[in-house]
Design a protein around this ligand. Structure first.
Ligand code: SF4
Length: 360
């Protein structure tokens, strides 16, 4: 069965023609699903009984099963844990900030980057998500907000996975999210975060999209970066930064570099100075993110004073820097943490799984 959220209007039309139906039904169905938020064929009253039956056996409306919803104590984030058709788990985070309703989506199950500070990376890559599975995360959270008279305003590809290792499905999902007949999100309110897949950055530069691009930098040099992100061995920092600069020049967009500060690893004053030197010709902002502790990882977050000192060195060196407060600490809001906790609980009941997890 084809999932309606993952295919374009033209693709829906092709399917309809094969079913012996008129192509205009595509708009009719999209209107029910996206405008009227109807997710049951039975409720689509301008389709006859036979059509509803035919469409129900050809098009899937929802494939994600909600396993858990968890609000943070500060009320600023809600985390959703989804089960996919094959039993795999992914998560999305809804972040409330003023009028903004940002959804942080996952693009893969697990992640090939294996960042030292991240729960998703612990298991490595399991599989790519389809465009439908990506769009559905946003659609279902928009549904959740709709009941409160709100809607999703921003989407960030910063959940589980490396988006550019699933390039085609990620770009397709962006095109579906901005479709005026669907969620109609503004391109400028969508952000893709990469760990530095050079081919992906280059391809993205050539897309006719006005989407933001963020690099997860996390280190001022290749040596430390490889320690933090094993995947970073694939590309030199030089190549990655050159690709980011080309993106900025071609799209006239400023760059954002994310830098997770981990005590004793990448938070020293001399590393801040090295970063100033590295980024001196980049029109950029560095987002400093104090490490958010993950169960089972022996890393720690630097003290506030140390973070302030790091930030000051960047600013004195002419680099814009922000220190991001990590929202939703009590609900494990860093990517992959909720899924990992759930896996660990399940694993305790299942010795085979426990062996697999403890190997990592
Ligand atoms: S931080 Fe992002 S890129 Fe790194 S392992 Fe986690 S999901 Fe992958």
């Amino acid at each position: 069965m084809i999932n309606l959220h993952g295919i374009t209007e033209d693709e829906i039309k092709e399917e309809l023609l094969q079913l012996g139906e008129k192509s205009f039904r595509a708009q009719q169905i999209l209107k029910w699903v996206y405008e009227k938020k109807v997710i049951e064929w039975e409720a689509m009253t301008d389709l006859n009984k036979e059509q509803r039956k035919k469409f129900a056996s050809s098009f899937q409306l929802i494939s994600l099963k909600l396993v858990r919803v968890q609000d943070s104590k500060d009320g600023e984030t809600t985390k959703f844990l989804w089960e996919l058709f094959d039993g795999k788990l992914v998560e999305s985070v809804l972040i409330y900030s003023g009028d903004r309703r940002t959804v942080c989506v996952s693009s893969q199950v697990g992640c090939p980057a294996r960042c030292a500070f991240c729960a998703s990376g612990k298991e490595g890559l399991i599989r790519n998500l389809t465009s439908a599975e990506i769009v559905e995360q946003v659609y279902l959270i928009d549904h959740f907000l709709h009941e409160k008279g709100q809607r999703v305003s921003h989407v960030v590809f910063m959940g589980m996975g490396e988006p550019f290792e699933n390039y085609d499905m990620v770009v397709k999902s962006i095109r579906l999210l901005i479709d005026p007949q669907r969620l109609n999100l503004s391109q400028r309110r969508i952000t893709v975060s990469t760990v530095g897949v050079v081919e992906g950055i280059d391809r993205f530069t050539e897309e006719d999209l006005k989407v933001n691009l963020v690099l997860s930098l996390h280190a001022p040099n290749q040596r430390i970066r490889q320690k933090i992100i094993p995947y970073a061995r694939k590309y030199s920092l030089e190549e990655i930064l050159a690709a980011m600069l080309s993106f900025s020049k071609k799209t006239h967009r400023d760059l954002t570099y994310e830098y997770t500060l981990i005590a004793g690893i990448n938070d020293a004053p001399e590393q801040a100075e090295e970063l100033v030197h590295l980024l001196n010709d980049h029109p950029c902002t560095v987002n400093l993110i104090p490490y958010n502790p993950v169960v089972g990882l022996r890393l720690s977050r630097p003290e506030g004073e140390r973070i302030e000192a790091f930030k000051s060195i960047l600013e004195e060196g002419g680099i814009k820097a922000t220190w991001r407060y990590t929202k939703g600490k009590d609900i494990a809001a860093a990517c992959g943490q909720l899924a990992l906790q759930h896996s660990l609980k399940t694993a305790r009941k299942n010795s085979t799984e426990l062996v697999i997890i403890s190997k990592n």
